[in-house]
Design a protein around this ligand. Structure first.
Ligand code: NDP
Length: 454
């Protein structure tokens, strides 16, 4: 042990790396962490947190409209982009500071520069040239927005990294992609008053999600005023003399916009990290190949979070980091169970989902009982808003176990987090049925569905 400068060197101070560093230090390990960008990682700095604050901002647009039916006069609302942008940036700075304090409080040594792997137990800090010998190395470098394969003129577009810092609110925005990031920002910017077009190569958005939610969300986005161009692959982007970005698709008319957001997926951050030199096996998109314990092909090197491209969600990275720390330094080995992981898409309306979709369950050979409910939320009766909530329960007909729950509508994310406890515990439909409804709420429908869909 005396050979090593530290017990653990963590590369990347995002959600997974920070958790692993703090917990390991709490178990008595000597820990050093390196971060080349701002402490906090994608989620805190340029992902979930600022995005959700934007989502809150965008939803006031609906609230102002809805208020009238309830007797309020709010005049003509106006929106000031710099106020939102700067307030969100300040909050991000505050949170990044809290992450730093957490690390310092746990006595983790912080190095704010890029670290590369030089061998199974060696890391080099690129700016200072310092070489650190570490008993364990944890790679927690996350991912980056991919323009892959490269789009001709792609440099005229921006990624989700830049969207938080736009100098002004564009009049027209083109969003390329039909996944989480594309749709969340399309939804946000539409409500902030921007003309939004979504260009997606598939015949519907959100591939892999429950079909009945995909169709209803697609319709709701169109109803909100978003132009959807489906079945269109982007070909190239050019800049017109007045600065307009013109996107050409394989089919159909070109689309003009002031900002083009390219949200065609993310890739693991392993380029130039030196992992191959240490013998770490990488997958086809550069992800670190790991086993259930987050161990790479090199015993002293582990990896957690998006860099492993398992389930690319913050709470998953945190849990993987925690499991690694307890296992390596706490004498309490455990592994994250990736089977039941709830997630939300923060569009408006939002999606909350846990477990198998009907299509996945069917493909897995289950005999199914499916329950569904579609209804107008109570608030919409007076606000007059044209909206509906949709819920689906996917049940194993043989065991009565709840295989999946899928919700589209207000607070779907909040609701599904609580439902996920029941699904994780292995709840049956009978458990849902004997749960007393909470009235009046939208979520009560989850425990009052009685009729199997034919
Ligand atoms: P996604 O994988 O969700 O979506 C990528 C989209 O881009 C898909 O619609 C995909 O189409 C399309 N696409 C991919 N390659 C190309 C291409 N070459 N040309 C045209 N279109 C292409 O990735 P995101 O970037 O939206 O998000 C990355 C990850 O971040 C998510 O998977 C999620 O794990 C996480 N995330 C989670 C959020 C949340 O929990 N609310 C929010 C934001 C991100 P196709 O379907 O045809 O492949």
């Amino acid at each position: 042990m005396a050979d090593f400068d530290v017990d653990l060197f963590v590369i990347g101070a995002g959600s997974g790396g920070t958790r692993a560093a703090r917990i390991s230090a709490g178990h008595g390990a000597r820990v050093m962490i390196a971060e080349e960008d701002r402490i906090g990682g994608t989620c805190v700095i340029r992902g979930c947190v600022p995005k959700k604050l934007f989502v809150y901002a965008s939803r006031f647009a609906d609230e102002f409209e809805d208020a009238a039916g309830f007797g309020w006069s709010v005049g003509t609302p106006s929106f000031d982009w710099p106020t939102l942008r700067d307030a969100v940036a300040n909050e991000v700075t505050r949170l990044s500071g809290l992450y730093r304090k957490g690390l310092e409080g746990a006595k983790v040594a912080i190095r704010e520069e890029r670290a590369v792997v030089e061998g199974p137990n060696t890391v080099r800090l690129q700016k200072s040239g310092e070489t650190i010998r570490a008993r364990h190395i944890l790679v927690a470098t996350g991912g980056y927005p991919a323009f892959d394969p490269p789009i001709s003129g792609g440099e005229l577009g921006i990624s989700s990294n830049e969207i938080f810092h736009l100098p002004s609110l564009p009049r027209r925005m083109l969003v390329v992609g039909g996944g989480y990031i594309a749709l969340e920002f399309a939804s946000v910017f539409r409500r902030l008053g921007v003309e939004v077009t979504v260009l997606h190569r598939g015949d519907n958005i959100l591939r892999g999600f429950e079909e009945d939610l995909r169709v209803r969300l697609r319709d709701a986005l169109v109803h909100a005023g978003i132009t959807l161009r489906l079945g269109c692959t982007i070909d190239r982007i050019e800049q017109l003399p007045d600065g307009t970005r013109r996107a050409h698709c394989a089919t159909g008319e070109p689309i003009d916009a002031d900002v083009v957001l390219v949200a065609t997926g993310r890739r693991p951050n392993t380029v130039g990290l030196g992992l191959e030199n240490a013998g770490v096996k990488l997958g086809p998109i550069g992800q670190v190949m790991v086993d259930a314990n987050s161990a790479s092909s090199v015993p002293s090197i582990h990896a957690v979070g998006d860099v492993t491209n398992r389930i690319n969600l913050t709470p998953v990275a945190i849990r993987e980091g925690h499991a690694f720390a307890d296992s390596a330094f706490g004498g309490k080995p455990w592994a994250m169970d990736h089977h039941v992981v709830a997630s939300a898409v923060f569009t408006t309306p939002e999606i909350g989902t846990v477990g198998l979709t009907e299509q996945q369950a069917f493909a897995a050979g289950y005999e199914l009982r499916v329950f569904e409910a579609g209804f107008r939320p109570m608030k919409a009766t007076i606000s007059g808003r044209q909206e509906r909530i949709y819920m689906k329960l996917v049940v194993d007909a043989k065991t009565d176990r709840m295989l999946g729950v899928h919700i589209l509508g207000h607070d779907a994310g909040e609701i599904i987090q609580a439902v996920a406890i029941a699904v994780t515990m292995g709840a049956t439909k009978a458990d849902f049925d004997r749960t007393v409804a909470l009235h009046p709420s939208a979520a009560e429908e989850l425990v009052t569905m009685r009729t199997v869909r034919q």
